[in-house]
Each structure stands twice: as C-alpha cells, then as structure tokens.
Write a protein that binds this ligand. Structure first.
Ligand code: SAH
Length: 349
C-alpha cells in the first residue's frame, strides 16, 4: 500500500510560495493573502477557522497542509505575578517561556531551541543538551500565547520580548530572524523591533552577521567575566570564541549599527568577586558604548556557584558608574516556580 504523502507545515511557506500554490490549483492569487493573514496576524489554529474561505478551499488546504501550532501544556504562576509556560510542540517536545510583569512593562521571555548545546556551567538548560532548533512559527507562537495571557490576566498589552529562554538564539539564527520579522511586521504582531532583545553567549561570527543584516533589535551579551581564563572555565564557548574576538565583533556591530550593547553579568563568590575582575569588566565595557545588568544568580543546585554579597555588587556598580557606565542590579523574578534566568529545565515533566 502506498501511504499518502506527508502534509506540509503551511507556515513554512513564504507569501510567494503560498501564492504559487493557489495559482497552480487554479484559484485566485489573493487567497494567499487571506490565508497568510489567518496564519500569522490572527494565529488561526485550524483551516476551519478561516471563515472567509469557501468550504472547498478549506478542504483543499486540509488535504495538503497542517498548521503545527504549539499549546501551553502547563502554566504556573509565581507569587510575584510571573507566569511560566511549559509549551508543547507538535512533536511532543517541550520548551518553556515566561511572562514577566512589572509596573510599566510586560515582557515575554522566549526559547529559541529545545535544550542547549553550550554547556555554561551555571545554567540549568545546559543539562538538557540540545535536541533541536525551534521553527520560526514555534517562536512566534510562544509570543502569541504570552500576548494572550497578558491581555487576559493583566488587561495590558505585551510590551517587550527577550530571547533569554532556553537555547542560544544565534545558533538558530535564520528561524529567530524569521520569527522577529513576523513579530514586527504589520502582517504579524506589529511590535517595534526596539522592544526586542536577543541575548547571546557572544558568538563573534554571528554578531558580525547581525551587523551586516542591519537588524533593528537590541543585542545583549552574557559576559559573566572579562578575563579569558575565568570565562572559559564557566562558559566553554569562550575557548573557541575568546574575548578578543568578541570585542572585535562588537566594534564591528557598533560601527555598523550605532547601538549600545547590554552585558549580563553574575557575580559569584570565589569566581569573579574581586576588584581585578571588576577592572577587567570596566575595560571590556570601554570597547564600545555599553551598559551592564548585574543579574542575581539563581541556584540550580547546591554548591559550586554562590551569589556574591551586596557589598561586592556595589563595588562593581560604583566602579562602572564612576566611569559613566550605566549599571543596574537586577533582582530575579519567578524564582518560586523555577522561571528565573537559567532555571528553565522542564522540571514540570
Ligand atoms: N543563550 C543565551 C540566552 C539564554 S540564557 C545567552 O546565553 O544569553 C539567558 C540569561 O540567563 C543569560 O544571560 C545567562 O547567562 C543567564 N543565566 C543562565 N543561568 C543562570 C543562573 N543560574 N542564574 C542567573 N542567570 C543565569
């Protein structure tokens, strides 16, 4: 017996491909526009929802395509208002995304990969290993789910998006860029690119590519130390991608994009809690205009890593600020439900 050909994921088609499909079937090209709007702007989860199409057209779409939408499998709410979603993908794998409410903003923190290949020693996601990249529609759908939760639970619109969930966005570059194109497009969610931040371990080659592509969103780099030996010990990516290469790539980024970069930095006891490390960070911050977020460490197990005391954070802040570098000490959100940075590891499974 010959099995029916597998149906294609319709959201992998470009507007032109969708148009070509309708023309080939003898239908009008503008159908493609209608369907495209249902798929992205209206986030339709089935062809039957597309009520301005004839039943025959809907049937034809059903015969050829599927809509691989994600669904929120489990939602946890923190005492501080943070919401963590376990998001189930069409093949049963799970990623996590987080809604972070503050007085002025509602931020969606989204994942770009299932698991991660980078093995940062302090991060829970690293323990999952990388299983696969997310498609653009799977990234987009996480944002849509959080946008809906934001309206439903807070009566406010989603204002910001950070790629700080599971995975390394610059190792899934094409899909991340496509998702951001859809998020910012009037044919999608129509959000401003300046409200989107992509956070990376700092892959020099890809930072250069982002500069060449003239991306409009913000760049954050997870630095955590500015001395090669220490950084390599906690972030193995630094072995093949040392600070000098990162600095060169950032100079290139700034020359082309004229945009400040944000460094994320955790201060740990016995690892980077001395003035020598703070001085190294200051020097690195002078490579291009930058600001620093000193983020709170969220323990992922007992032992090796412990947050340094407030006095050390203040030593860092004082040094950086006295040289004109904006430095914020950031408290974690959603810790009670393991939704904070570096804690995303599918505990709900
Ligand atoms: N791969 C990307 C994005 C995911 S991690 C990146 O590295 O930037 C998002 C942020 O959480 C990064 O700054 C990361 O270094 C930080 N992080 C990871 N584990 C953490 C932990 N246990 N406590 C606090 N921050 C952590």
């Amino acid at each position: 017996m010959v099995s029916a050909p597998a149906k294609r994921d319709i959201r992998k088609l470009s507007p032109e491909e969708l148009k070509a499909f309708f023309v080939e079937k003898g239908d009008k090209a503008f159908r493609a526009q209608q369907v495209y709007e249902w798929l992205w702007k209206k986030s339709a989860k089935s062809f039957d929802e597309m009520t301005n199409l004839s039943v025959t057209t809907r049937q034809m779409l059903n015969e050829h395509f599927v809509i691989n939408h994600v669904h929120v499998d489990n939602m946890q709410r923190s005492s501080d208002g943070t919401i963590k979603n376990a998001v189930k993908l069409h093949d049963g794998l799970i990623v996590e995304s987080v809604l972070i409410p503050t007085e002025k903003r509602i931020t969606a923190c989204v994942s770009s990969q299932v698991g991660c290949s980078l093995d940062c020693k302090f991060c829970a996601t690293a323990r999952l290993k990388r299983m696969r990249n997310l498609n653009a529609d799977e990234i987009y759908d996480q944002v849509v789910a959080i946008k809906e939760q934001s309206e439903l639970f807070f009566g406010r619109p989603l204002t910001n998006i950070v790629f700080m969930g599971m995975g390394e966005p610059l190792l899934n570059y094409a899909n991340v860029i496509e998702a951001i194109d859809k998020i910012t497009s009037p044919k999608g969610l129509n959000m401003a690119a300046k409200r989107i931040t992509v956070s990376t371990v700092g892959i020099a080659k890809m930072i250069r590519k982002m500069a060449d592509d003239e991306v409009k969103f913000n760049l954050a780099v997870s630095l955590h130390d500015a001395i090669n030996e220490t950084r390599s010990a906690i972030m193995p990516i630094n072995d093949t991608n040392p600070l000098e290469d990162l600095a060169d790539a950032l100079r290139y980024w700034y020359k082309k994009r004229k945009r400040k970069v944000t460094y994320e930095y955790v201060v740990w006891k016995g690892i980077n809690d001395t003035p020598e490390h703070a001085q190294a960070l200051l020097k690195f911050c002078q490579v291009i205009p930058s600001k620093v977020n000193l983020i709170e460490y969220n323990p992922i197990d007992e032992g090796q890593f412990q947050q340094a005391g407030d006095d050390v954070l203040q030593m860092y802040q004082h040094l950086l600020e006295s040289h004109g570098i904006t430095t914020r000490i950031r408290k974690s959100r959603g810790k009670d439900i393991d939704a904070a940075c570096g804690q995303l590891a599918n505990k709900s499974l």
